[in-house]
Design a protein around this ligand. Structure first.
Ligand SMILES: [Zn+2]
Ligand SMILES: [Zn+2]
Length: 100
């Protein structure tokens, strides 16, 4: 999944990472129980559609039928997996919000 930000920065997200970071109540509960939030079938996970949620986030419809999670742009940007952002996080001691 590729997101091009207003400042021109481009983030390439691993779909499994984004799906695994879903913050909805169901996924939150599954993680709390130590269970996987989705059945990992490599290569098959996909986003069918995406909708803006107000100005602050986006909602993805996944091909596993899940669509209740709202991802804040702030978290997606702060979780950018590129080398530059990764280094910045390390220097500033920030955690990756998508790393759940
Ligand atoms: Zn979820
Ligand atoms: Zn980045």
């Amino acid at each position: 999944m590729r997101i091009t930000w207003d400042d021109g920065h481009v983030s390439h997200f691993d779909l499994a990472t984004v799906r695994g970071a879903c913050g909805c109540a169901t996924c939150h509960e599954l993680r709390a129980e130590g269970k996987p939030v989705y059945m990992a079938r490599s290569g098959e996970l996909d986003v069918l559609s995406a909708e803006l949620v107000g100005a602050y986030g986006v909602n993805f419809h996944w091909n596993d039928g899940h669509s209740t999670g709202i991802y804040r742009w702030e978290d997606l940007r702060a979780g950018c997996p590129c080398d530059e952002c990764r280094t910045e996080r390390r220097i500033e001691g920030r955690a990756n919000p998508l790393d759940r």
